[in-house]
Design a protein around this ligand. Structure first.
Ligand code: ASN
Ligand code: ZN
Ligand code: CA
Length: 333
């Protein structure tokens, strides 16, 4: 009976006051986004299973503070909506599985839990509130990262280990950045950092850097024959670096007030083609070229083919930029 389409008000922690897709029945409202496949947001209330659909009498959600239980719900619901709108508006994809069906977000997972994760089984993503100085993990980029794991599972489905696992992780970081830029939210303008609002280490640094992934102390900037031996959240650095270079080019640059300085393995400059074209190429490769065993060499071949189909063959600027950006992270023919 939760049919009526509504627009509620979210007072989020990371994105200011936003409009949320909600549903109404009688005098009650729920975080059920009937405009986006009925994506629903649940409160786990520090448990690890079950939970309750956010429900309330006024269609106003949260107060901008993490102490209000609805606030993380508002952020998560908003992040899911932005990600849905990004895939639909930019790539023509109707939901995670392209079947119009929304997923579920679950917030307040456990106690002092500093992570978030996607699960195919429940078709859901789950967020902790963070430990120590870390904040709830419900920022736009983390939401887009987790939801993109669902998209990857439904498309290229790169296995979550070795080089395919690094490409799986990078795909989530790449579209996290793309969703953040596309949202044009004045409180969270786009950047090539992942989780910069969470402060997961309590020292103000983001979880990951795409211009020079090794700035986190662990991630790889460039491919080597041992790339498959490191955790997928570090081998992802190679593709994150590729995507940054393809979008913005090498060297120093300031985008939306954030300074970047992206090195190249071959010491040759790369000229960027902009994030919109770069994301088009990665999405086409993900959905039509990648598979469970795609490694870095195959990702290069797949993105070159995607660039050729979208923008023209070897003579096009876009094709050349893809080739140059892979060479710049030591992925060659
Ligand atoms: N937040 C992590 C991720 O989405 C959880 C994990 O390691 N799978 O990658
Ligand atoms: Zn991930
Ligand atoms: Ca970010």
């Amino acid at each position: 009976q939760w049919q009526a389409v509504h627009n509620g008000t979210g007072n989020t922690m990371y994105s200011g006051q936003v409009t949320l897709g909600t549903a109404q029945s009688g005098s009650q409202y729920t975080l059920s986004d009937t405009q986006r496949g009925n994506h629903r947001t649940y409160n786990l209330n520090r448990g690890t299973s079950g939970g309750t659909l956010f429900t309330g009498p006024d269609d106003v959600w949260g107060n901008g503070q993490p102490s209000n239980a609805e606030t993380a719900g508002a952020d998560a619901h908003y992040g899911a909506a932005l990600t849905w709108d990004y895939y639909k508006g930019v790539h023509g994809r109707n939901g995670i599985r392209n079947d119009g069906v929304g997923a579920t977000s679950r917030v307040h997972y456990g106690n002092n839990y500093s992570n978030a994760f996607w699960q195919n089984g429940c078709f859901c993503m789950t967020y902790g509130d963070g430990a120590g100085n870390a904040k709830p993990l419900t920022s736009i980029d983390v939401a887009a990262h987790e939801m993109t794991h669902g998209v990857t599972s439904a498309t290229g489905n790169m296995q979550y280990s070795r080089e395919p696992g690094g490409l799986n992780e990078a795909t989530s970081d790449i579209f996290a950045a793309a969703v953040e830029f596309n949202a044009k939210n004045p409180s969270d303008v786009g950047d090539y950092l992942v989780g910069e609002k969470i402060d997961i280490r309590g020292n103000g640094t983001p979880l990951r850097y795409m211009d020079k992934p090794s700035k986190d102390g662990r991630s790889l900037d460039n491919w080597s024959s041992s790339a498959g031996n490191v955790d997928v959240h570090y081998s992802s650095g190679i593709a994150n670096h590729f995507f940054y270079l393809l979008s913005e080019g090498s060297g120093k640059k300031v985008v939306n007030g954030v300074s970047y300085d992206s090195p190249t393995y071959d010491n040759k400059p790369v000229t960027g083609i902009g994030i919109d074209k770069a994301a088009k190429i990665w999405f086409r490769a993900l959905t039509t070229k990648f598979n469970t065993t795609t490694n870095y060499a195959a990702a290069r071949t797949g993105t070159l083919a995607a660039a050729s189909e979208l923008f023209g063959g070897t003579a096009s600027a876009e094709y050349k930029a893809v080739a140059n950006a892979w060479a710049a992270v030591n992925v060659g023919s």
